[in-house]
Design a protein around this ligand. Sequence first.
Ligand code: PLP
Ligand code: COI
Length: 353
Amino acid sequence: MEIKIIRTNAPKAKPDQNSLGFGQHFTDHMFVMDYNLEKGWYNARIEPFGNLNLHPASTVFHYGAEIFEGMKAYRRPDGEVQLFRPEENMKRMNNSAERLSLPLLDEEFALEALKTFVNMEKDWVPSAPGTSLYLRPFLFGNDETLGVHTIHNAKFVIIASPVGAYYKEGLNPVKIMIETRDVRAVRGGTGYAKCGGNYAASMRAGDRAAAQGYSQVLWLDGVERKYIEEVGAMNVMFLINDTVVTPALTGSVLPGITRKSCIELLKEMNIKVEERLLSVDELSEAVKTGALKEAWGCGTAAVVSPIGELRMDDVKYQIADGGIGKLTQKLYDTLTSIQWGHAEDTHNWTCKV
Ligand code: PLP
Ligand code: COI
């Protein structure tokens, strides 16, 4: 399918690279493509960034028929721009689409569209340390009827935002609240899908945590409320003695691409990694005995983010000395040097646009 290109005649001024924040600025264009059950995907275009005009009965507003992805374009030292494992994001997007009965994408075409779009917005990829162009592909149902039925019409859109660090703390340790009242996902539900509804339902707990000075919520499993799952926007890893333990992908956890990459990098460093159930009791015991050496979160937006303190109800667990752990730092350095093209990519994870 051909991608029609309509350029803006009013390009915006670029924001200051040193105070980008996260998701506050948007580039000049966006990619849009429509879907209809009879026609399939059609009308692929890159057009000036702007509001979407949607019918008030559109399915997305009423039944939350929406999925999204998060990925980044990085400015290499040689000035070129590269993506990190974008095919993994497209694969996950289709897994999410399948879960929500939204139309599947042709992954190859979606990747081509993404690359064409990033190429067009190349000047928007910042070069200051730690910055990147965050890419947000999203797909939603927009049937103009209130009946609950399979989607006949949908849209796939990609927008882009130059970003700095996700947390205001930067690489400094964040404080995380273990949530004991709400649950994020249950097996058989939508936990493994990247759908908007998962995030909407998590905001109440996030607000409660924020009110007490915590950056995000750590979710427990929805059945026994005993096993650690993931943080609001990242997977979690714990260095217990000399083994990295991370919750297994049981269906209620998002299969993070950063998580997968970290596991591969850790194994290459000859560090033992266990993907398994990890209970809060085991973790609190590990804090008490000093076996818990480091904890970090990992995700596209958050990269590798050290956790300095975990709190559950009134109990606070400080992780080691509350600083950045040695392995956390090494993992951050190893991963980011591949993503930003400072080290040779021996894994074939990156692709230039
Ligand atoms: N878990 C949740 C709930 C997330 O929103 C994210 C962010 O995308 C992740 C984990 C990490 O996934 P990834 O590394 O693919 O960005
Ligand atoms: C990402 O890391 O891409 C995420 O999706 C986090 C986001 C919810 C802000």
